[in-house]
Design a protein around this ligand. Structure first.
Ligand code: SF4
Length: 213
């Protein structure tokens, strides 16, 4: 939701002969308290189980379709199950230097899924798009399974990864791009547990659906 900026209230014109302000009393200098630094422990990377579920209603909603061709419909669920079994990866990455308890969820589909969709696309663009949407449905459903609040909010806020998390990405074979994507087409990266919604999302400046939680 976009918000319209309120017009700034006009300040009353300053009185010409304003009384001279008395000089501000000098504050007594106090010794600065040392800021307690968060102790940064080692990054933890843990493979976790995510159980995506195919849901026709959610799939249609995501695809913007009210009806699905019979041939495509027949293929959706078997392909979904096959991808989930072979190519779905889910990790919890915890960086103690990150906000909160430092936990993050990373879910993605391996490259063979992209190749498969590309192959289908060459024969039929509509079927290719159908499977493209199926892959999006899968990573989102997997994320919802691990962090149920994401389903209620309808989106996965994208936080800026710390330097430590970027290293963890590399070890998992993923390359982060500055615009907020990785080198896999179907992926979700978000804080775990859910926290702060759109406020921490890198996409907020350009997102038409951004809102305050
Ligand atoms: S800013 Fe947009 S993309 Fe980010 S969490 Fe909010 S709605 Fe989702």
């Amino acid at each position: 939701m976009t918000t319209t900026k309120k017009p700034a209230a006009k300040k009353p014109a300053a009185a010409k002969a304003a009384a001279k302000k008395p000089a501000a009393a000098k504050k007594p200098t106090t010794a600065k308290k040392p800021v307690a630094k968060k102790s940064a422990g080692p990054i933890q990377v843990e493979a976790i189980s995510a159980h995506p579920e195919f849901d026709l209603f959610t799939y249609c909603e995501l695809s913007g379709e009210t009806r699905i061709e019979h041939d495509l419909l027949e293929e959706l669920e078997p392909r979904f199950d096959n991808w989930a079994a072979k190519y779905l990866r889910a990790y919890k990455i915890t960086d103690p230097a990150a906000p909160g308890d430092g936990g993050h969820l990373l879910v993605w589909l391996e490259e063979p899924v992209e190749d498969e969709i590309e192959g289908v696309w060459q024969d039929s663009q509509s079927a290719g798009m159908g499977f493209h949407n199926l892959a999006i449905h899968m990573v989102m459903s997997a994320a919802h399974n691990v962090i149920p609040e994401l389903a209620d909010k309808g989106c996965a806020p994208l936080p800026k990864p710390t330097a430590g998390i970027l290293k963890a990405f590399e070890k998992l074979g993923l390359i982060w791009n500055a615009e907020g994507t990785v080198n896999r087409q179907f992926a979700v990266f978000t804080r775990m547990p859910y926290s702060e919604g759109c406020n921490i999302c890198m996409l907020r400046p350009k997102c038409p659906n951004a809102h305050d939680d």
